[in-house]
Write a protein that binds this ligand. Structure first.
Ligand code: HEC
Length: 117
């Protein structure tokens, strides 16, 4: 095989790999990336593993939700997305509208789905 042909084959393989990665990210999200965002934006209230056990929790009424609990895990992705974007007015849960790119929001939700009770 000529080296030119080998190079174009290689390019196709690389492009396919990229397409597959971004497809996976858009349909399911990347919980590792989501964890990083969670630790930056959410753990101060929801605690390091989502259990609602942060140091701040004692000072918040109502307290931050335990995101690993059934009440949260039985919500649909769309419901979680809405809560994160709109927050809970009058409560410590702020609106994160504009804070994340679409893909990042999907990643954060993928991380929430990985939380174990
Ligand atoms: C300043 C504190 C604070 C931060 C930061 C915060 N939350 Fe919350 N969150 C709360 C509180 C308090 C509640 C409970 C509100 C209620 O009971 O209505 C809550 C509720 C929620 C709920 C609803 C749970 C349920 O089942 O009803 C979700 C989902 C959630 N937070 C996700 C997040 C995510 C994701 C982040 C980071 C992007 C985040 N929160 C950042 C305080 C916070």
């Amino acid at each position: 095989m000529s080296s030119k042909r080998a190079m174009s084959l290689l390019a196709v393989v690389v492009l396919l790999g990229i397409a597959q990665t971004s497809l996976a990210a858009s349909s399911k999200g990347n919980s590792e990336a989501g964890k990083k965002l969670y630790l930056e934006s959410c753990q101060s209230c929801h605690g390091p593993t989502g259990k609602g056990d942060s140091d701040l929790a004692a000072y918040l009424t109502p307290p931050p939700a335990n995101l690993a609990a059934k009440a949260t895990q039985t919500k649909t992705d769309a419901q979680l997305r809405k809560i994160i974007l709109e927050g809970r007015p009058g409560r410590a849960m702020a609106s994160f509208d504009g804070a994340f790119e679409e893909a990042q929001l999907t990643d954060v939700i993928a991380y929430l789905r990985s939380l174990k009770p």
